[in-house]
Design a protein around this ligand. Sequence first.
Ligand code: ZN
Length: 199
Amino acid sequence: MAARVDHAVTSGTFSLDGETFDVDNNVWVVGDDAQCVVIDAPHSVQAILDVVGDREVTAIVLTHAHDDHVRVAPELAERTGAPLLLHPAEDVLWKLTHPGLAMPAPLSDGQEIPVAGITLRVLHTPGHSPGAVCLYAPALGCVFTGDTLFQGGPGATGRSHSDRPTIERSIKSRLLTLPPETVVHTGHGADTTISAEVF
Ligand SMILES: [Zn+2]
C-alpha cells in the first residue's frame, strides 16, 4: 500500500507577544492504511483523529512550537500513544505554550523518520523560529514547510524569536535547492511549489 498525504484544516488562535489572532492551520498526515505520521497538532484533537482513522500513529512531528501548531500535542500523544518530536531550539516557545511539560523528544537536522515504506527527512530551517524544521519526502515529491515557506514567500519574522535574514538563508540553502517541481505543503493556506517561490 503506497504512502499518501492526507490533510485537515483546523481553526483557532495564535498568540505571541501579548497579541492573539484567528488562524486556520493545516494538519498533514503522511502514511498508508496501516500507519501514519502526523505533522503538527493545532487546535483540535478530534479533527486530527478524524484524518488518522484507525491507523497507528508512529510519530507526531512538530514543525515548530508556536501555540497554533502544538496546542493539542500532549493530548494527541496521549490519545495515540505516539511520541512527540520537536527541535530542541524550540524550548523557549514550547515553555510558553505548555509550561511545566517536558520538552518532546529531539529532532535533529538530517534525521530520517520512516513511515509506510518512505522516509521524512528533517531539514532544520531556523528563522521563523529558532528550531523550525521542514520535512522532505523525496518519494512523494513534496516538502512540509510549517511556517517557514508559504505560497507567496517566507513565513513571518516580525515577532519574538524570529529573524528575517536567517529565514531567507534557510529557504535559499535548504528549500530552493530541492527539485523545482517539489510540492510545498504549508502550515497555513494553499500548497505551492519550490519553483514558484524562488526569490
Ligand atoms: Zn509559526
